[in-house]
Ligand binder design. Structure first.
Ligand SMILES: NC(=O)c1ccc[n+]([C@@H]2O[C@H](COP(=O)([O-])OP(=O)(O)OC[C@H]3O[C@@H](n4cnc5c(N)ncnc54)[C@H](O)[C@@H]3O)[C@@H](O)[C@H]2O)c1
Length: 317
């Protein structure tokens, strides 16, 4: 297959490139290198086609997409810090940019997978969350929700194109996906903690650390995405992709200290000091992965211990 990946120099995008190359496919990517990097794809730079540009450039997107058998739309503005610092640009990339990619896929009749997020569920207290659960989000003036809103609109447009123009689209809602190459710079918790632990610096927990998450190794997420991409019954469907095993952020910090044999101490920063006033976080965010398990037999293989070890090994390099 020829596979076109938007955001291919990013964390998940670059792991998709690795897996596709290993399977003998041809890969071309479009990335503006904002949160992605040349370093993520340096080891495969001679094996893939790399295009630097913006997904909002409709002519470029159509030109690059035309020869593809499969499109993986991973490009987005993300990370709590990115969204809070650049809300207008982030909404533009996540909504307008995605609309450009979806319209091109419709016009060119391409099979496409779009990366959505568990953030679309917002602060719905019902856990675990399944694909038909409601969105519960805060006021639009609370900027953190703009990421959720833009991704939800992207999903809605994709679904409408499936219904009205037979777009062959599958939506994946990724929950906390982690692993080597993820940067802690934009607010991602696990790489930020591992980095601090390896330097024996204080690990700063935002809030009281009782909030919990479930982490999924990027290699497991990549397997799920690629399996769905070749499953016809997945067209027009939405799937949660996430790990198993709920961990509080305090437990996460303690586990990271233990596994990296760090002397780091844990400190606590109140939310109102870590983020602008009015920041809202979810106490829990647990994926129900019954649908993808039943549909294609996928389940994550890696444990949190594996994930921490893989991230630490890569960071030490
Ligand atoms: N990592 C997670 O836990 C997670 C969770 C939920 C959803 N997702 C989704 O998965 C996808 C990939 O995320 P990731 O974790 O690999 O993050 P990432 O930041 O590493 O990847 C996003 C990539 O998109 C590129 N990009 C941003 N704006 C662009 C633009 N206008 N034009 C072209 N390229 C652009 C960035 O440079 C980067 O390489 C995103 O759509 C994200 O919303 C990720």
């Amino acid at each position: 297959m020829r596979v076109f990946i938007t955001g291919g120099a990013g964390f998940i995008g670059s792991h998709l490139c690795d897996a596709l190359i290993a399977q003998g496919h041809q890969v071309s990517i479009l990335d503006n290198m904002s949160t992605g990097s040349a370093a993520n794809i340096a080891h495969i730079k001679d094996q893939i086609e790399i295009h630097q540009g913006d997904i909002r450039d409709a002519a470029l997107v159509e030109k690059l997409m035309a020869p593809a058998d499969l499109v993986l739309h991973m490009a987005a503005a993300l990370g709590v810090n990115t969204i809070l610092e650049n809300p207008i640009e982030s909404v533009s990339i996540n909504f307008t940019g995605s609309e450009v990619v979806l319209n091109a896929a419709t016009k060119l009749n391409k099979r496409i997978i779009i990366a959505s997020t568990s953030e679309v569920y917002g602060k719905n207290p019902k856990q675990p969350l399944n694909e038909t659960d409601d969105r519960v989000v805060g006021a639009p003036q609370k900027i953190r929700w703009t990421y959720s809103d833009a991704k939800a609109l992207e999903e809605a447009i994709a679904h409408a194109l499936f219904l009205t123009k037979q777009l062959k689209v599958t939506t994946v809602r990724l929950f906390n996906t982690v692993g080597p190459r993820q940067t802690g710079r934009y607010g991602m918790v696990l790489p930020r903690f591992v980095q601090a632990a390896l330097k024996n610096e204080a690990i700063s927990i935002y809030g009281d650390g009782t909030q919990s998450r479930v982490f999924c190794h990027v290699q497991d997420a990549v397997k799920a995405i690629l399996a769905l991409a070749t499953t016809d019954s997945a067209i027009g469907e939405v799937y949660n992709i996430g790990g198993t095993g709920e961990t509080s952020i305090k437990e996460l910090a303690e586990k990271i200290i233990e596994r990296t044999k760090s002397t780091s101490k844990i400190t606590y920063t109140p939310y109102d000091q870590a983020y602008p006033t009015g920041f809202e976080d979810m106490q829990r965010r647990v994926p129900d992965i019954t649908k993808i398990k039943t549909s294609i037999g996928w389940a994550p293989a890696n444990t949190l211990d594996n994930i921490i070890d893989d991230v630490a090994t890569e960071m030490k390099k």
